[in-house]
Design a protein around this ligand. Structure first.
Ligand SMILES: [Zn+2]
Length: 226
């Protein structure tokens, strides 16, 4: 076997996180982050990583805007820049907003392709766990079960998670994800629209109930998720 590998870094340039807020009606200073990342590897269109993530959370925001009622907390849609080369957009966000971690109710990123959501995991204060159980109960008709208490939140949530932000995973079926991940085959024909619909439904439930919960999820430097 002969491998001809020619990876290289190009010139530096500036890219930007894209952020949109749906302002909360009662606690606008408190934020629920829903996110994905805009960049992808050069050799493919980057549909699964992370075009569908962008589609899922943007559609979630769009459907929230279509409701007559606004969420009580602010829902912040973030499309991160420069994830693939080291979470640069996410680190920049944490640098700018890290001292406001307490006002971040919870955050999550969709960054594992287009497979169906099968489980919700959460890293929140113990007093908020019953809320996670309620969210899981609402997700049950979608085929989603309650998982563990050690969510990562997704790659771009890690810098804020390290500062104590509560995070949730809507864990997706990744059976075929790594057949296409970071290859030229990461293309639109890998996406089943019904699975995307199921993702959006799950994200809507999670986002709405987190934004409207009377319970603060416990984000802060002393978050102890037990
Ligand atoms: Zn990704």
């Amino acid at each position: 076997m002969h491998l001809d590998l020619q990876p290289r870094y190009g010139d530096e340039y500036t890219s930007h996180n894209v952020i949109a807020d749906i302002r909360g009606s009662e606690k606008p200073e408190e934020i629920v982050i829903i996110s994905a990342h805009l960049d992808s590897w050069d050799l493919s269109p980057g549909v699964l990583d992370d075009g569908v993530g962008v589609a899922i959370v943007t559609e979630t925001a769009k459907r929230l805007l279509a409701l007559d009622e606004r969420p009580k907390r602010t829902v912040r849609l973030i499309l991160f820049a420069a994830e693939e080369i080291g979470l640069l957009g996410a680190r920049a966000y944490a640098e700018q907003h890290g001292d406001n971690v307490r006002n971040h109710q919870v955050g999550s990123e969709s960054d594992f392709g287009a497979g169906r959501v099968y489980q919700i995991n959460a890293r929140v204060h113990s007093r908020a766990w019953p809320v996670i159980e309620q969210i899981a109960a609402e997700l049950e008709p979608l085929g989603v079960t309650l998982g563990n208490r050690d969510a990562s939140g997704g790659p771009d949530m890690l810098p804020m998670r390290a500062l104590g932000m509560s995070v949730v995973d809507l864990a997706q079926d990744g059976t075929y994800y790594f057949d296409f991940h970071h290859t030229k085959d990461d293309t639109l024909d890998q996406v089943d629209r019904r699975d995307l619909d199921q993702n959006v439904a799950a994200w809507l439930v999670f986002t709405w109930l987190s934004a409207n919960s009377p319970v603060h999820f416990g984000s802060g430097p002393n978050l102890v998720p037990q």
